[in-house]
Design a protein. Structure first.
Length: 397
């Protein structure tokens, strides 16, 4: 790379340059994607399409006041992505600086260029798959056959690109990632713990209209990849009691995820009997499971209420093994329509599911607030939740 920033062939094919900057780019993109500023979010999405081309010490003519002397050059396949980064250069430079040296005013400068067709990291345009969550590409019959697959695909983030073998003729990849829970569920759905990304093979051929290999990438779920959660938010239905501080706390947590979730009007349970509080939730889920095509308008069902649950042996015991089994049976009927079910009933006094339950698509948190926080962590971003709300609570059962 020359001081004026002209690109040379050796720069384009330098693995050292790529590796030194790519980590900072991906993390800077994650940071920008969680911004409340639409321009910064657009720049973050554009960064996901960038390839590190090189770095150089720029000349006086290029220097921006109060910056350092290092320019990072990024290459783009789409002019729209390049324009977004140019328009928000300050935000991009600040995010990359934070990844390289810590939170401070930007010390680097960003320079951009369009990449030639022969660029070894080329990516193919995903066409109609851009900003589509992968489970939308499943047919209704496929969801019936494997509802667990639909649930895992809904949670996956992805990018499309060359397999980074440094030779353009190699296969293209559908690169997927998600939370640790998503990965563990993916391992079970794929029946291949070494390659959980294979769960996406059900839709890979439909992404961009070309065959693609699926690989799991070590990335955080905060990076939404080729998913636009503002135009395609996570659709939540709550099953809860009508009033109480529990509802207020859940509202507070879920409000942090707006506008990336939509909440249908809560489905109130019947009056909760003090001696049989779990039964009304099983009944509500049984009724929901009878709705045809539930997955077409619901992604997640969140069941929550306050305390007052007591196990066998307590003087006020009100949760029996029979009731646990009935609740699990009802939750599985909803899950089997491709809809995830999260429980937050009580305050850690007792589990409402049978011991040892570990079903893909069903999760029990210790409190209503923890259940809401887990939903936001898993489906949106763990940067949106105040970590203090989970202090002293386990990560569910």
């Amino acid at each position: 790379m020359t001081r004026e920033g002209t690109t040379t062939s050796s720069d384009l094919h330098s693995r050292k340059v790529y590796r030194s900057i790519s980590f900072a780019l991906s993390n800077a993109a994650m940071q920008l994607l969680t911004s409340k500023d639409p321009g910064s979010r657009a720049a973050g999405e554009a960064l996901l399409q960038a390839e590190p081309v090189g770095q150089y010490e720029h000349s006086d003519l290029e220097h921006i006041p109060y910056r350092g002397r290092l320019t990072i050059k990024l290459g783009f396949y789409a002019e729209s992505a390049r324009s977004a980064v140019n328009e928000h250069e300050f935000a991009v430079a600040r995010a990359i600086t934070a990844m390289l040296v810590g939170p401070m005013a930007p010390t680097v400068q960003i320079s951009t260029e369009m990449l030639p067709d022969t660029w070894h990291m080329r990516r193919y345009e995903p066409g109609s798959s851009v900003n589509i969550r992968l489970h939308h590409l499943l047919t209704a019959s496929e969801i019936v056959v494997s509802p667990e697959l639909a649930i895992v695909l809904r949670r996956l983030r992805y990018r499309l690109g060359n397999d980074h073998n440094w030779q353009p003729q190699h296969s293209e990849d559908l690169i997927v990632w998600g939370t640790s829970k998503t990965k563990s569920w993916a391992e079970r759905v794929s029946s291949d713990s070494s390659r959980p990304g294979r769960v996406a093979s059900a839709v890979a051929s439909r992404v961009g209209g070309t065959s693609a290999v699926t690989d799991w990438a070590d990335m955080g779920a905060n990076d939404w990849g080729a998913v636009d959660l503002e135009s395609d938010p996570v659709r939540i239905v709550e099953v809860t009691t009508r009033t109480g501080v529990t509802v207020t706390e859940v509202d507070r947590v879920l409000a942090a995820a707006s506008p990336w979730i939509t909440r249908s009007p809560a489905r109130s349970t019947a009056t909760t009997r003090e001696d049989r509080p779990v039964e009304v939730f099983a009944s509500a889920l049984e009724g929901m499971a009878k709705e045809s095509g539930l997955a077409a308008h619901v992604d997640v069902v969140l069941c929550h209420r306050g305390g007052g649950l007591y196990p066998a042996g307590h003087t006020r015991a009100n949760v029996t093994e029979e009731q646990r089994e009935a609740l699990l049976s009802a939750a599985l009927k909803v899950r089997n329509q491709g809809v995830e079910v999260i429980f937050g009933l009580g305050h850690g006094d007792v589990s409402v599911l049978p011991a040892g339950v570990d079903e893909v698509g069903i999760y029990e948190a210790t409190t209503p607030t923890a259940a809401a926080a887990w939903l936001v962590n898993e489906h949106i971003s763990d940067w949106l939740v105040d970590k203090s709300i989970a202090l002293g609570q386990s990560n569910g059962r």
